[in-house]
Design a protein around this ligand. Structure first.
Ligand SMILES: Nc1ncnc2c1ncn2[C@@H]1O[C@H](COP(=O)(O)OP(=O)(O)OP(=O)(O)O)[C@@H](O)[C@H]1O
Ligand SMILES: [Mg+2]
Length: 323
């Protein structure tokens, strides 16, 4: 078939041309407009651009080896499913609801967002967005308020990932008439019936999640993947800091790096330490100190080195060192 040279939108020719260019975008033969279905893993990875996403995940997230491995396994399953479908073999959408356990700042939200994008590119969900909620977004205060609230959230999340932070708060055994139970029941239904277009990720502390699953076996049995996010070792936190700084066009002097290593050792031993989140906050405060330091010197010409360098004093001024 010859491609028309022009077409009026809405006409048959325009429709044919649109279909053709869409097909071409999928890697189809432009002359026939017929899709040449992917036959190799490389074909699928290229068409979906998931190769790059997996590489980014590898390069941009420090540590988390078991988490990254599981994401690769899930991607592999979906790629193979796609190849099976292309040959007309049966490929039932696998259940991909997940549970992410770990302490604050271990990367759960970050990984969930990337997971949503990968699931989208591999065609598992239509849109690939992430809707992050907690109990208060799902559960109402009064009788009759919970179902509409939960359904509204589910509607927003459909086609993507629903991320429920501290999911165990949905269940309050001490209160027999708690409305959380109603939200759980609606979630369970949708997790079962619409699992090919919605992935639910429950997140929170490991011990509380274990207790929650013991009391909610229905929920437990619908979770296909449990991913544990361990606390980062000091060396990993240092690597995360360097990575964050590079991303913001800053760097440590060698003395500042040494000081930050000491900072980490002290901060990790203090209460409310939140892994990578604490690192980000510490760097934000160091940037404030650097800015004040430079600001104080009105006449100095600030070159690139001055503007991008955090020095030892920017780190050691932290309260963590004052005792
Ligand atoms: N492995 C990692 N490598 C690089 N940066 C990371 C890593 N893990 C987390 N971060 C960064 O740390 C910050 C906190 O991560 P995130 O919000 O994903 O943690 P979380 O587990 O969801 O925490 P919370 O339980 O407090 O919500 C983010 O800025 C994120 O980019
Ligand atoms: Mg989070």
């Amino acid at each position: 078939m010859n491609a028309p040279l022009y077409a009026i939108p809405g006409t048959e020719r325009a429709a044919a041309r649109d279909a053709q260019s869409r097909a071409a975008a999928r890697g189809a033969d432009p002359a026939t407009g017929m899709a040449t279905p992917a036959r190799t893993v490389a074909d699928v990875l290229r068409e979906s651009q998931v190769e790059q996403m997996l590489a980014d995940l590898e390069g941009e997230l420090i540590g988390l080896a078991p988490v990254k491995q599981r994401i690769r396994d899930i991607a592999a399953l979906l790629v193979i499913d796609k190849l099976r479908l292309n040959l007309g073999l049966q490929a039932q959408a696998p259940s991909l609801h997940m549970c992410f356990t770990g302490n604050p700042g271990t990367g759960k939200t970050t990984v969930a967002m990337r997971m949503a994008e990968i699931l989208h590119r591999l065609g598992y969900v239509r849109k690939g967005h992430l809707v992050a909620v907690t109990r208060d977004d799902l559960v109402g205060q009064y009788i009759g308020h919970t179902a509409p609230k939960t359904k509204e959230v589910l509607k927003k999340a459909m086609g993507g990932v629903l991320f429920i932070d501290e999911a165990y708060y949905l269940y309050r055994p001490e209160n027999e008439r708690d409305y959380g139970q109603e939200a759980i029941e609606i979630l369970l239904q949708v997790m079962e019936n619409q699992r090919d277009d919605l992935v639910v990720i429950l997140a929170g502390y490991k011990d509380r999640m274990d207790t929650f699953f013991k009391s909610n076996p229905g929920m437990s049995s619908r979770i296909a993947h449990h991913l544990d996010f361990p606390d980062y070792a000091q060396g990993e936190l240092m690597a995360i800091a360097e990575h964050m700084l590079a991303g913001m066009a800053y760097r440590f002097t060698p003395e500042a790096e040494q000081a930050f290593d000491e900072y980490l050792a002290r901060r990790m031993a203090q209460p409310h330490f939140a892994n990578a989140r604490s690192v980000r906050n510490a760097l934000d405060r160091a940037r404030l100190r650097q800015a004040s330091r430079l600001f104080a010197d009105r006449e100095r010409v600030l070159d690139e080195t001055a503007l991008t360098t955090l020095d030892e004093s920017d780190i050691r001024a932290s309260r963590v060192f004052q005792r």
